[in-house]
Design a protein around this ligand. Structure first.
Ligand SMILES: [Zn+2]
Length: 410
């Protein structure tokens, strides 16, 4: 917790916390995190895309590697814990393992990903995406608001952009990726629980929707002759809300533009976005199809046209059942109530699932607030997360020593 506070002092802004990917404060933060990793007994390196790594090797060089970590970048005017807490706890886990002289049957690594938030280059999870081998030459051409390319930003940090492939861990002998993260939601607090085990990370679809009606004079066109695009969009939005409530997933109209957007003109066109998420891909597809049909019906009745364009699709990612069990048993052993919950937000673990099995532990946060200076986690809850993870790690080691080659075996 002291380290979260210390990192919060390293910022690019005079007020508040801001450490965007590859910014001067971001790079200064890495030096600090690297020093802490070394203090905990890890050998350290920064990979070619600016992710910070630490490794505590076990005696058997052929053993697989368990990676613990989260992200070190922040949104502008951020809190102290989103991402950071997971990296600090991972370092603490290794510190405790080293101090206890535990010999594990696998290597332990800690990663602090450089970009999860996607604020600077408008592409999220660039750090973990490099690690799973999803960068290509086009990625280097992404530019920030100042027109600086990712390639130039990497160079400015003393990194060689052409080496990005070397950041990939695809094909390595990995045992899994564990991410501890503040919940960023209100569930654990409402149920008075310090930690929760993530069952799956929700998949998401995002759409740009356009409704085309007919603009007209607000005073002269009678109600019966109107093709009001905004009234139609409003009805569609309420229908989407209702559908999500009925089918128990989340759907949001978060952005809307009205044309011509004038007090005395009937709206002729509306553009809005739809974001729909669920840990159950099949359910999300079913509800989305219902929404398509219902929106067609609403728009036909109102004599306006509706166009849907999908621009983002990410399937849900399940956390590994064996890992979940280890965390659940550890929580029970520590006399806390076992609670499973899905993650509605995307996380680095979602990307890491491309190359290895994942697990996530959520830590209660105050009022569900994140991406804000008021973000807060208590020392007691951080301690509960630490003890849970340590216990899960010991159980994994025991499980592994019992001769089970992989965790796939029940
Ligand atoms: Zn985060």
């Amino acid at each position: 917790m002291d380290r979260c506070n210390r990192l919060a002092e390293i910022t690019d802004t005079l007020k508040g916390i801001s450490r965007l990917y590859l910014s001067p404060a971001y790079m200064e933060g890495l030096k600090q995190v690297e020093a802490w990793m070394q203090e905990a007994g890890m050998e350290t390196w920064v990979d070619p895309v600016g992710n910070q790594w630490g490794r505590y090797a076990c005696p058997n060089p052929d053993a697989p590697t368990l990676i613990l970590g989260s992200h070190l970048d922040t949104v502008p005017n951020a809190g102290k814990f989103d991402g950071i807490l997971g990296v600090m706890l991972a370092i603490e886990v290794v510190d405790q393992v080293v101090k206890a002289g535990l010999e594990l049957p696998f290597h332990l690594e800690v990663v602090g990903f450089g970009d999860e938030e996607g604020v600077r280059f408008e592409a999220s999870m660039l750090g973990s995406r490099a690690v799973v081998g999803q960068w290509d030459d086009d990625t280097l051409e992404l530019t920030d608001a100042q027109g600086i390319s990712l390639s130039a930003a990497l160079e400015a940090c003393g990194l060689n952009p052409q080496d990005y492939r070397a950041a990939s861990r695809k094909g390595d002998n990995l045992l899994g990726f564990w991410e501890i993260h503040m919940e960023q939601g209100p569930v654990l607090e409402a149920e008075n629980l310090p930690v929760g085990v993530v069952s799956a990370i929700a998949g998401a679809r995002r759409f740009k929707v356009m409704i085309e009606g007919e603009p007209g004079h607000a005073g002269t066109v009678p109600m019966s002759l109107r093709q009001d695009a905004l009234a139609a969009a409003s009805e569609v939005n309420l229908m989407i809300e209702k559908s999500a409530q009925i089918h128990q997933l989340v759907a949001t109209v978060g952005h809307i533009k009205v044309y011509p957007n004038a007090v005395n003109v009937i709206p002729g066109m509306v553009e809005f976005t739809v974001d729909i998420r669920s840990e159950d891909d099949a359910l999300r597809e079913k509800v989305m199809n219902l929404i398509f049909l219902a929106s067609e019906a609403i728009c036909m009745q109102r004599d306006v046209d509706i166009y849907w364009k999908e621009y983002h699709l990410a399937p849900a990612k399940n956390c590994h059942p064996e890992f979940r069990q280890l965390f659940e048993q550890s929580i029970a052993k520590l006399k806390n109530h076992v609670r499973s919950l899905a993650s509605g937000a995307g996380h680095d673990a979602m990307t890491m699932a491309e190359i290895t099995d994942i697990a996530m532990l959520f830590v209660r946060c105050k009022d569900g607030i994140s991406h804000h200076p008021d973000e807060d986690v208590t020392c007691e809850d951080a301690e509960a997360a630490l003890q849970t993870t340590l216990l899960a790690l010991k159980k994994l080691a025991a499980h592994y020593d019992a001769g089970l080659e992989t965790l796939e075996t029940p």
